[in-house]
Design a protein around this ligand. Structure first.
Ligand code: BJW
Ligand code: ZN
Length: 288
């Protein structure tokens, strides 16, 4: 095992000659946009570990609490703007498609984040491009844990899905997010007043991927991981599977791995490059 390099010039050289690049992103990518992470500082919501709320069992046993958590996260996502790391990744993905990197290079962003900020960054970068320089096809962003503004009916016979950016998503949840820091008695929102399916009236849930559920785009992601020659790991603790397994897989098949994180993360001693620091600074340097 060798120590990972922090040589940015060497990384850029590798990037410029890499054919199939993937980036696997986590909550740290959006931290500078004001979206709380799951673990470490910011990983607590009220007195609860955010991780204990991200399961269907938690939702079934206390839909009021879990909806308040997601209402809080929806409001954060609605108020947030993409940061310099989102923008740099978006620009890089467009350049890859326009073949400025290498004639047959590919780049895909695989994000665990549900805030939609990577897609918004891509839309912002694309809309600033003159029409004649638009890429010939759409750059790929795979949001493997869903989107926090999407809502899913819990009735198995209905299963209606919709994107609902309404703020607040229902009247009863409005204002509950302000109690996050105050430590006052937790409000209980009656189940009947929680978001309901517009088609059948049953209880709706946030359409995100909780523990024990199958992430989205798995066959497509598996193919991309199989052929990746370089994997950028951005702002994730690399503790949640399957995303945590991709860096190891790429390295086992002879590819290179570069980690961009504020601090040390799982498995980062077995990578080729390690850039410690805020990714909103290191990613624009690395991809610029
Ligand atoms: C910065 C920064 C800055 C801060 N700059 N950095 C063993 C093997 C395989 C699987 C399992 C296993 N044991 C258990 C499992 C299953 C389970 C799992 O992984 N459990 C672990 C706890 C061990 N996984 C699942 O259940 C998944 N499904 C599954 O496996 O299905 C089976 C299957 C899959 C594939 C093929 C076949 C079968 C589903 C996982 C769903 C996770 N859902 C959540 C909630 C989503 C909705 C929501 O957002 O609310 O996803 S939980 C949470 O964790 C969220 C995140 O996307 C995910 C990862 O967290 P992330 O992004 O890494 O955040 P943090 O907070 O942990 O880290 C932030 C990092 O940023 C830190 O390192 C900071 O230092 C850094 N940082 N600021 C750079 N400015
Ligand atoms: Zn329904």
């Amino acid at each position: 095992m060798s120590t990972p390099s922090a040589d940015m010039a060497a990384f850029k050289e590798l990037l410029s000659s890499s054919k199939h690049v993937i980036a696997v992103a986590g909550a740290g990518l959006s931290a500078a946009s004001g979206i709380p992470t799951f673990r470490g500082a910011g990983g607590m919501w009220r007195k609860y570990d955010a991780m204990s709320l991200a399961t269907y069992i938690a939702f079934l046993s206390d839909p009021s609490r879990v909806w308040q958590f997601y209402h809080y996260r929806r409001e954060k996502a609605l108020a947030a703007q993409p940061n310099a790391a989102h923008i740099a990744l978006a620009k890089f993905s467009i350049e890859s498609i326009r073949k400025e990197i290498a004639p047959d290079a590919t780049f895909t962003l695989i994000t665990q984040n549900v805030d939609g900020l990577s897609t918004r960054a891509l839309e912002a970068v694309q809309s600033a491009l003159p029409a004649e320089s638009s890429p010939p096809s759409q750059p790929q962003i795979l949001e493997m844990h869903g989107r926090v503004l999407d809502v899913l009916c819990t009735s198995q016979t209905c299963g209606h899905r919709v994107t609902d950016p309404t703020s607040p998503i229902c009247a009863a949840l409005g204002g509950t997010e302000e109690l996050v820091e105050s430590g006052v008695i937790e409000p209980i929102v009656d189940k009947a007043d929680l978001p309901r399916c517009s088609q059948c009236g049953d209880l709706a849930r946030p359409d995100v991927v909780w523990f024990g559920e199958l992430p989205h785009h798995i066959p497509e992601i598996d193919k991309l991981v199989d052929k990746a020659t370089l994997c950028l790991v951005v702002g994730t603790s690399s503790m949640v599977y399957p995303a945590a397994s991709y860096q190891k897989k790429v390295r086992e098949q002879g590819g290179k791995v570069a980690v961009f994180n504020l601090e040390r993360s799982q498995g980062d001693s077995e990578v080729d490059f390690l850039f410690l620091g805020p990714c909103e600074e290191t990613i624009p340097q690395a991809l610029g």
